[in-house]
Structure formats: structure tokens, C-alpha cells
Ligand binder design. Structure first.
Ligand SMILES: *Cc1c(COP(=O)(O)O)cnc(C)c1O
Length: 419
């Protein structure tokens, strides 16, 4: 069976729309041709891409399996049920909703299920690593809710659980959120559960970044502690771009109703099927090795960058990402991002806790190892990557010479096999 279904046909695209076809090819070259160190990105498998590029995209399926508002859902129903079962098995969860279009959509649904506009929410502050949806003034969360923020301690750069408890007692939030976009350490979910219980709040874990490490059994799971766990499927988890929600059975109805019809219309059934494929992949021993390797690589990269005079915030990492303070080398995050980009190294500038610079400049960078680990690189390569970043950031010599070495390294670990 070489073509089991009417699937992606690149020749047809190239003939009908060469402009867009060229962009697809150029983007593949870009992904293959440089070092991809954005902590929230990964390279999906060809199987996930096949499901994404399928005719399931054509199908309207508002509702849930067996309870749809449209006919003809017999096949997509099967895909969604398989995906839900795989998610519950993999994470030991009581209920799974695979329909959120993105991580932000999953979070909006969780807010919709548990709080009303004007209610108080306690979440991690953005400058200390929280996400836009955790109370930023430019986001729905900050506009519609009364969000109180906690941060990290200045001395340890770790979440200050005493501050979280004190703020919870003072403000009595209905919803407490933990999880972040730029926090390299493990989060104490039991501590958050105890604080939520103390004030009668719902505990939502936004596991967007690290859920893949949980799937691979490389870090502790928030599922036993949280009322609801929201996440993206495209970061370490290595699935299609999208979101997902796990929750206790008692919240299943509220969550399902908040995803549809409260916040979304028809689900993206091609993405739901691709999530099911990714969940199957994530349940394998190979993926568990991958998750452990992602962390070992991040630790090696952080240590290598420390050797280059760039300080890992909190002293290192327990996860797939490191936050690096560049003040010791006298370079801003914005400058570092630009210099690395010129050398074929893609990473992002990032505020560090108590950053003296404004966010658009920032004193740090964030690096992650999901992509390079998918490519097969190991801790030996991370030493090389750290020294390439060091040369690019300090702007020593010719950026082209760094770029050439980046090219040689990634050629030895191709992101997708050459065709
Ligand atoms: C990435 C991320 C999100 C948002 O995911 P999108 O798919 O970009 O909407 C939400 N929360 C956290 C903590 C994230 O890291």
C-alpha cells in the first residue's frame, strides 16, 4: 500500500501554486540547515505530518464522538475515541479532550469552565516565566480576570511557594495556575495542590512546555494533583500544532462544554487524528529514551554555556530548556538573538527574573533541546553547540565561519532524511 488514502501530493501543489510550494521547500531547508534551539519547537514525524495533510480536514464534526451536530462522522469519531483513550492511558487521566486548537485555546476553555469575568486568578508573572494567558494585560486573561501574580525568589530564582501561599490566603483566588514558558526547574505540584486546597481553589496546571517529558516518564506528572491539565501537543510532545486538556471525571462535562460550544466551533479533525498518532508514538520505549535524552542534552548545553561565561538562571535545568543570563558577557538578549541568527542558530531572547532591561531588549536567551535531540544529537554535540553559541554571542571572528560549522554539524544529524 503506497498511497492508502488521498493524501499530500506535493507535485500537485508545485504545479498549481509554485509560489507557496517554493516557500514550503525553503522552510524545510531552513529547518534542516540550522540549529533549531527554540525550546517550544520540535520536528514531527512523517506519520504525524501525513495525518495533518489528510482529508479529515474536510470534515465538520461539531460536538463529541457519538454526539455530533453533523452527519458522516463515523470515521472521525473513531479517530477521536482512539486519541482520547491513548491520552487517558498515557497520562493516567480520567478524562481527555483533544479538540483545543492550541495551547491558548485550551487555557481559555479551562478559564471558561471554572471562572467568570471579574473573578480572581493566581498565576505566575510573565516577566518571571509565566505565559501571556496567565494574566497579561494585552491578553483575555488580564483583560477579563483579576489576576494576581507570583514570581521566583531573587536569590534562588525558584518559585517562592511561601509567597504563593501568602498571596492565595490574601486574595482567595477561585483558580490557581502553575506552569510556565521559561522556568527551567521542576514544579512542586503537591505544594500547589496543598495551597489550592487551603483556599478552596481549582488547580490548573499549564503543562504546555513539559508535558512531553511527563509522557516520556522523565519528570513527575501533574495529573494526580491537578483538577485540570492544559497543554500544547507540538512542543516536547512532538505532535501536531494544537492543544489538549486532561481533567478529573467530575470536571469532564464542564471542560467539554467550555471547549465546545463555549470557546470553539468545529474541531480540526485532521489535527485530532495527528494528536492520536503522536500519543501512540509517545507511549513507546523509544520516546521514553528521547525524553530522558532531551533533559540530559539540556543539562549538558546549560553546563557548556556556563563554561562560556553565560550563567544558567537557577544554576541549571531539570527540563528541556535553559534560561541564560548574558549580563556576564555584556551582550543583551536582543543582540544575542540577532548574532546567533546570522550564524544559523535559531533561539530567542528572553527576559530573566528581575531583568534590568525592557522585554524587547532582555538580558537573556532561552535555549531548548527538543529539536536537536529528535535529530539524534547527544551530550557530546551539546558541548559543540555551546561553543558555537559562545562564539556567535561574543561576536568573535567571522559569523560565516560559525555558520559553516553549524552547517557541518546539522548535516551529520539531518532533521528529516534527505529524499
Ligand atoms: C506555548 C504555551 C502556551 C500557548 O500555546 P499556543 O499553542 O501557542 O497557543 C500556553 N501556555 C504555556 C505555558 C505555553 O508555554
Amino acid at each position: 500500500m503506497t498511497q492508502p488514502f488521498w493524501g499530500p501530493d506535493f507535485t500537485a501543489l508545485a504545479q498549481e501554486d509554485p509560489q507557496i510550494a517554493d516557500i514550503l521547500l525553503a522552510e524545510l531547508d531552513r529547518q534542516r540547515g540550522g540549529l533549531q534551539l527554540i525550546a517550544s519547537e520540535n520536528f514531527t514525524s512523517p506519520a504525524v505530518l501525513a495525518a495533518l495533510g489528510s482529508t479529515l480536514s474536510n470534515k465538520y464534526a461539531e460536538g463529541y464522538p457519538g454526539r455530533r451536530y453533523y452527519g458522516g462522522c463515523v470515521e472521525v469519531d473513531k479517530a477521536e475515541v482512539i486519541g482520547m483513550e491513548r491520552a487517558k492511558d498515557l497520562f493516567g487521566a480520567e478524562h481527555a479532550n483533544l479538540q483545543p486548537h492550541s495551547g491558548a485555546s485550551a487555557n481559555i476553555a479551562a478559564y471558561g469552565a471554572f471562572v467568570k469575568p471579574g473573578d480572581t486568578v493566581l498565576a505566575m508573572s510573565l516577566p518571571h516565566g509565566g505565559h501571556l494567558t496567565h494574566g497579561s494585560k494585552v491578553n483575555f486573561s488580564g483583560k477579563w480576570f483579576d489576576v494576581v501574580s507570583y514570581g521566583v525568589r531573587e536569590d534562588t530564582e525558584l518559585i517562592d511557594y511561601d509567597e504563593v501561599l501568602a498571596l492565595a490566603k490574601q486574595h482567595r483566588p477561585k483558580l490557581i495556575i502553575c506552569g510556565a514558558t521559561a522556568y527551567p526547574r521542576l514544579i512542586d505540584f503537591a505544594a500547589f495542590r496543598a495551597i489550592a486546597d487551603e483556599v478552596g481553589a481549582i488547580l490548573m496546571v499549564d503543562a504546555a512546555h513539559f508535558i512531553g517529558l511527563v509522557a516520556g516518564k522523565a519528570i513527575p506528572s501533574p495529573v494526580p494533583y491537578a483538577d485540570v491539565v492544559c497543554f500544547t501537543t507540538h512542543k516536547v510532545l512532538r505532535g501536531p500544532r494544537g492543544g489538549m486538556i486532561l481533567c478529573k471525571e467530575e470536571h469532564a462535562k464542564a471542560i467539554d462544554k467550555a471547549v465546545f460550544p463555549m470557546m470553539q466551533g468545529g474541531p480540526l479533525m485532521h489535527a485530532v487524528a495527528a494528536k492520536a498518532v503522536a500519543l501512540k508514538e509517545a507511549a513507546t520505549p523509544e520516546y521514553q529514551r528521547y525524553a530522558a535524552d532531551v533533559i540530559a542534552n539540556a543539562q549538558a548545553l546549560a553546563a557548556g554555556l556556563a563554561d562560556e561565561g553565560m550563567r544558567p538562571v537557577s544554576g541549571g535545568t531539570d527540563t528541556h530548556l535553559a534560561l541564560i543570563d548574558l549580563q556576564g558577557v555584556g551582550v543583551t538578549g536582543a543582540e544575542a538573538e540577532e548574532r546567533c541568527d546570522a550564524a544559523g542558530i535559531t533561539l530567542n531572547k528572553n527576559a530573566i527574573p528581575y531583568d534590568p532591561n525592557p522585554p524587547a531588549v532582555a538580558s537573556g536567551i532561552r535555549v531548548g533541546t527538543p529539536c536537536v535531540t529528535t535529530q539524534g544529537m547527544g551530550v557530546g554535540e551539546m558541548k559543540t553547540v555551546a561553543s558555537l553559541i559562545g562564539r556567535a554571542v561574543r561576536d568573535e571572528g567571522d559569523p560565516q565561519s560559525v555558520r559553516d560549522e553549524v552547517g557541518e554539524l546539522v548535516a551529520a544529524f539531518p532533521a528529516y532524511p534527505a529524499d
